[in-house]
Design a protein around this ligand. Sequence first.
Ligand code: FMN
Length: 251
Amino acid sequence: MAWALAERPELLDAAVAARPALVSVSFGDPAPAVGPLHEAGIAVAAQVNTADDVRRAQEAGVDLLVAQGTEAGGHTGHRATLPLLQEVLALADRPVLAAGGIATGAGIAAALVAGAAGVWIGTPLLACPEALNSPAARARVCAARGEDTVLTRAFDVAQGLAWPERWPGRALVNDFSREWHGREEELAADAEATRRVVEARRTGDLAAAPLYAGESVGLVTAERPAADVVRDLAVGAERALRAAADLLTGP
Ligand SMILES: Cc1cc2nc3c(=O)[nH]c(=O)nc-3n(C[C@H](O)[C@H](O)[C@H](O)COP(=O)(O)O)c2cc1C
């Protein structure tokens, strides 16, 4: 999170020290992070949510853009994936990935045919045993429908997090979001509500803790190893791409 790096530059040092192939720097200006990452031989991605974000990320010298639609789980912008992707592709002079709401092989194929160089997923991995979610959270993810998410600042405001207003978070609706979403100003002054979320995060109380998930959560119905999820997506994408070619030539 670029805005967090501004206050805590040691987080970037920790990311470099882990020697990853790629670091994603999003939600703010990626420019200060690009130099140190490139010097360490690490490629840089930036998620973008608007046309202005694209210009800023390209000027900063990132290697890869991720057009992140509002369907995505976690913090995101307000533009839908497909129109945003098309606009980013028109502006970009480097590879663009599509993110937000993609959870099937056919969905991947659609993004690739639209011109994306690949896709970037989060929600389809939320019920994987490799993820840090508790068993109760994984069960909630598996039971949730696509209609059960809310894009809200309530959890950030409750925790006093310095997330800029333009990036709310998409989470599963719960008792806390039902009570406070849309009443953020009042929430900021309510010490008891703040305490409730902080405590809920500590104890894993899903009625008040945020469980970030995107609109594709309705497609996540079983706990499965991450490798199986990714393999099925790849197989499904290939099948869908072959079927798409048949649309032109006949089977
Ligand atoms: C639980 C969760 C946590 C996330 N945390 C971050 C994060 O810390 N930084 C970030 O850049 N994106 C984060 N994201 C967003 C993902 O990078 C990605 O844009 C999103 O998951 C893609 O859309 P999808 O959720 O519909 O697959 C998170 C997403 C989820 C679901």
